[in-house]
Write a protein that binds this ligand. Structure first.
Ligand code: FE
Ligand code: FE
Ligand code: ZN
Length: 276
């Protein structure tokens, strides 16, 4: 069975997100760790976390995915921005211990003119400060489209970050189909080739989650604009190969397409119908 959910809004609490997921036949979901507009994040209430854990167990949920604020930049040229991002990440990782969630995904960052190598070093330095031996979740680097000065478009850049992290048994990758396609990887014409390359450079054992999004723009455009499944340049046939691929089909898939809850439900049904 395909493990799939979508991005849900945090506003009503964690158990309520689990209930929203059930309404659309999802068996997982993704959520932001805090309000993207900033400010101190609310502590997670134990009752709510326990109720979510019970709901997940009753309904055989796949792993959940926590997504860091995309405004958090560990490799900004502004040192205060970097320090702030690192503190936010440390606080996220601390608060997440209360939840039944073992995957934390973040955008590696934008080097804002410093160059990719400096960016990679700053990202790894920050990870070395926040990842402790007691941490019992995977910190995932998201594959990026490469717009602006984004770090993490290529598999090589992701590998370089991972190599510099001391406790890198806690590091993984979340592959975003829109981003890798926009970043120049031909997942439509040569999915096997892209995954073989990923395996050689990063290692498929590092791959812990998939963001499943179509793209409004052609391959290599470096744009990062998500389209509904089957309505973009990736197309339904390619998604059929993605959800059935032996290297991917066991992973949790998360939709981040432009939809409300009902639309997500339709896409989940559509993607399940493609599974062999
Ligand atoms: Fe993301
Ligand atoms: Fe994504
Ligand atoms: Zn995106």
């Amino acid at each position: 069975m395909l493990n799939i959910g979508c991005h849900l809004s945090l506003s009503k609490g964690y158990e309520a997100m689990g209930e929203d997921a059930l309404k659309i036949q999802a068996n997982t979901f993704q959520f932001f760790t805090r309000n993207p507009r900033g400010g101190a994040a609310k502590e997670i209430e134990d009752d709510d976390a326990l109720a979510l854990a019970a709901l997940m167990q009753r309904n055989h949920f796949a792993p959940l995915l926590a997504h860091a604020s995309y405004t958090m930049n560990l490799c900004s040229s502004n040192p205060q921005t970097r320090t702030f991002a690192r503190e936010v990440m440390a606080d996220d990782l601390r608060r997440l211990q209360a939840l039944p969630c073992k995957l934390y995904n973040f955008h590696p960052g934008s080097h804002t003119g410093q160059g990719v190598e400096t960016g990679i070093e700053q990202i790894a330095d920050a990870l070395n400060m926040v990842i402790t031996p007691e941490l019992d979740l995977y910190v995932l680097l998201e594959t990026m489209a490469g717009k602006g000065s984004e770090v993490g478009r290529t598999f090589e850049e992701l590998r370089e970050i991972i190599d510099r992290v001391e406790l890198n048994d806690k590091m993984g990758v979340c592959l975003d189909t829109c981003h890798v396609f926009d970043g120049g990887y031909d997942i439509v014409g040569d999915l096997d080739g892209v995954l073989t390359r990923f395996d050689r450079i990063v290692g498929l054992e590092r791959l812990k989650a998939i963001h499943i999004n179509d793209s409004m723009n052609p391959a290599g455009s470096r744009k990062d604009r998500h389209a509904k499944i089957g309505q973009g340049h990736i197309g339904l046939e390619a998604f059929g190969r993605i959800v059935n691929h032996p290297a991917l089909k066991h992973l949790p898939f998360f939709l981040e397409t432009p939809n409300e809850l009902d639309g997500y439900g339709e896409e989940i049904a559509l993607l399940r119908s493609l599974c062999r």
